[in-house]
Design a protein around this ligand. Structure first.
Ligand code: UN1
Length: 510
C-alpha cells in the first residue's frame, strides 16, 4: 500500500506525494535498498505524482522467485478458472476507469479521452482473453498408424518477464499479462519508469480480484537497473518487450544468448498515403489524429503523409490550418487536443529532430517547430504540433522514428511512387491509404509491407482481437493481440496415444 512520505510537497500541491511499493508474492514491499525515484507530471513538473521503488537485481530476484513458486500450482488451474480472475479484473477496471484515466493523464500527459481509451483497451483485452479460457483450441488429427490418436494442446512456458512502455501504460501491460496468465504462466512486469502508477493500479485490480499471490508481480525502476536483470535472470523463460528498437535489439541478443523465448514490439515510421481521389476532409481529419494523437507518441503514429501531387497544395493547406488550431495544454483540461511529451529526454529528442529537419534535411517548416512556454506551459514538456512540407523520402525526419508531434508531408507522383515511398523505411508496423478507388485500395493492401494496413482510416486505432505487430525493424515475427498473442505465451505440445497394445513404428515400413 502507498504510504505518505515525510518530505514536504511543492507549495501548489494539496497533499504530499505518496510512496508506492513493489508487488511481489501478493505483498507490497519497498526496494531492498529503500530507494525511490520520483514520478513527475509532464504537464507540470512541479507536481510529483508519487515515489516508486528504485528496484535493482535483488528485488527482481525476489519477484522472479515468487513467480516461480506460484507457477506449478497456477499451471494446473484449469484455464476457465484462470479466466474468471481476468473477468474480475476487467470488472474492476470498468468500475475504476475514470480514476485510472485521471492518474494516467497526470503521469504521462496524454489527454483524458485517450487515457480513457487506453483503459478501455485493457477492459476489451480482459473480455477477449477471458473468453479464450473456454477455448484455447488445439487440434485433433489422424495418425498414420491404426489404433493411435494424435492431438495438440497449448502448454504454459514458465515465468515471463514483461517490460512495458509509457505510451500505453495499461493497454500494453494488458496485452501481455492477460494472455500470459491465461496460458498458465506467471509473470514479473517492469513498467516504464514514467508510468508506474498505471501499472500499480493494474496490480491493485489483480489483488482485489483475488489472484493467487505470485502469479503477477511488479517491480518498478529503470531499464538498466531493474529491466536488464529481469531479462537475464536464469529462471525467466520468456521476455516480452515493447519499446525502442535500440533496447529491443539488445534484449534480443541477451535472450538469444540465454536461449530464452523473446517477443519484441519496437518502432515504426508509419505512412498515410493520400491519393488524388481521396476524400480530403476525411484524410485531413485522419492525418491529424494519426500524427498528433498521444502527441505523436505511438508506435503507430502517422509521421509521414505521402500526398499525390495533384492534391498536395490543397491537402497541405487544410492540414496546416487544422494543425494550427490544435489546442496544446494539460491533458486533464477537456479543451486540450494535444498534451505534453512524456519527459525531458523526449522533449530534447523531438526538438533535435525538428532541428535536423530544418537544417540537415532542409525541409520546409510549415507550422510548429518549437517548445511552448507561455504561462503554465513553461512548467511542462509542450511542443507545438509540427508539420514539415516538401520532405524528401530519404530525409532523416522521413526515415527515423521521432515519437513526437511531428509529421512530414512527402509529395508523390502516382500510386506506385506512393507505395515505393511508404515501403522505403526500415520499419513495418502500420500504413494507411485514402482513396475512393477500390482497386487501388486492394492493391495497397497487397503491396504495403506492414503488419497493419488501414483503408480510409489513419494508422492508429488497432483493436485487441486482431493481431498487432509489424515487419522489418518493428518486430521479430510475433504478434500481440488476437489469438496470435497466445502463440507468444504458450508452447504447442503434441500428444500421441497408442491404444493398439503393441509397438507400432511410424515411418518404418519393414
Ligand atoms: C502504439 O502505437 O504504441 O492502434 C500502440 C492504436 C492503439 C495501440 C497503439 N490501439 O493506436
Amino acid at each position: 500500500m502507498p504510504t505518505k512520505k515525510a518530505s514536504s510537497a511543492p507549495a501548489h500541491q494539496t497533499a504530499a506525494p505518496l510512496t508506492y511499493a513493489n508487488y511481489i508474492g501478493g505483498q507490497w514491499v519497498p526496494a531492498k535498498n529503500g530507494e525511490t525515484f520520483a514520478n513527475y507530471n509532464p504537464a507540470d513538473t512541479r507536481d510529483i505524482v508519487g515515489y516508486f521503488p528504485h528496484s535493482t537485481a535483488e528485488d527482481v530476484a525476489v519477484a522472479v522467485e515468487a513467480a516461480a513458486e506460484a507457477y506449478p500450482k497456477w499451471r494446473r488451474v484449469p484455464p476457465p478458472k484462470r479466466a474468471e480472475y481476468i473477468v474480475r479484473v476487467g470488472e474492476i477496471l470498468i468500475r475504476d476507469k475514470e480514476a485510472i484515466a485521471q492518474d494516467m493523464t497526470r503521469e504521462m500527459g496524454k489527454i483524458l479521452k485517450e487515457t480513457r481509451g487506453d483503459t478501455q483497451e485493457a477492459i476489451d483485452m480482459a473480455a477477449f482473453v477471458a473468453g479464450e479460457g473456454r477455448r484455447l483450441y488445439g487440434q485433433t488429427t489422424t495418425s498414420e498408424l491404426p489404433d493411435k490418436f494424435a492431438m495438440t494442446v497449448r502448454d504454459a512456458i514458465g515465468v515471463c518477464g514483461l517490460i512495458t512502455p509509457w505510451n500505453f501504460p495499461i493497454a500494453i501491460p494488458s496485452w501481455k499479462i492477460f494472455p500470459a496468465i491465461l496460458c498458465g504462466n506467471t509473470v514479473v512486469i517492469k513498467p516504464a519508469e514514467d508510468t508506474p502508477l498505471s501499472v500499480y493500479r493494474f496490480m491493485k485490480a489483480f489483488e482485489e480480484a483475488g489472484l493467487p499471490p505470485g502469479v503477477v508481480n511488479m517491480v518498478t525502476g529503470y531499464g538498466e537497473t531493474a529491466g536488464a536483470p529481469l531479462v537475464t535472470h536464469p529462471t525467466i523463460r520468456l521476455v516480452s518487450f515493447t519499446g525502442s528498437t535500440q533496447v529491443g535489439r539488445l534484449i534480443a541478443m541477451q535472450a538469444a544468448d540465454k536461449g530464452k523465448k523473446c517477443s519484441l514490439e519496437m518502432g515504426g515510421k508509419n505512412a498515410i498515403i493520400i491519393l488524388d481521389d481521396a476524400n480530403l476532409d476525411l484524410a485531413v481529419e485522419g492525418a491529424i489524429w494519426g500524427a498528433f494523437g498521444t502527441a505523436g507518441q505511438r508506435c503507430t503514429a502517422a509521421s509521414r503523409l505521402i500526398v499525390h501531387k495533384k492534391v498536395l497544395k490543397k491537402f497541405t493547406h487544410m492540414l496546416v490550418e487544422r494543425t494550427r488550431a490544435l489546442r496544446v495544454g494539460d491533458g486533464r483540461d477537456p479543451a486540450t487536443d494535444v498534451g505534453p511529451v512524456v519527459n525531458q529526454d523526449q522533449l530534447e529528442r523531438v526538438l533535435h529532430y525538428i532541428e535536423v529537419g530544418r537544417t540537415r534535411d532542409k525541409a520546409k517548416l510549415l507550422c510548429g517547430g518549437l517548445r511552448l512556454t507561455d504561462g503554465d506551459l513553461a512548467h511542462g514538456y509542450f511542443i507545438a504540433p509540427t508539420v514539415f512540407g516538401e520532405v524528401d523520402p530519404a530525409a532523416v525526419i522521413a526515415q527515423e522514428e521521432i515519437f513526437g508531434p511531428v509529421t512530414a508531408v512527402i509529395p508523390c507522383h502516382d500510386f506506385e511512387d506512393a507505395i515505393r515511398i511508404a515501403n522505403g523505411v526500415n520499419y513495418g508496423l502500420s500504413a494507411s491509404i485514402y482513396t475512393g478507388d477500390v482497386n487501388r485500395a486492394f492493391r495497397a493492401m497487397r503491396d504495403l509491407e506492414t503488419g497493419i494496413c488501414y483503408v480510409n482510416a489513419p494508422t492508429i486505432g488497432a483493436e485487441v482481437h486482431l493481431p498487432f505487430g509489424g515487419t522489418k525493424g518493428t518486430g521479430n515475427g510475433h504478434r500481440e493481440g488476437g489469438l496470435q498473442a497466445l502463440d507468444i505465451f504458450s508452447e504447442w505440445k503434441t500428444l500421441y496415444v497408442d491404444f493398439s497394445g503393441r509397438l507400432q513404428k511410424a515411418q518404418i515400413t519393414d
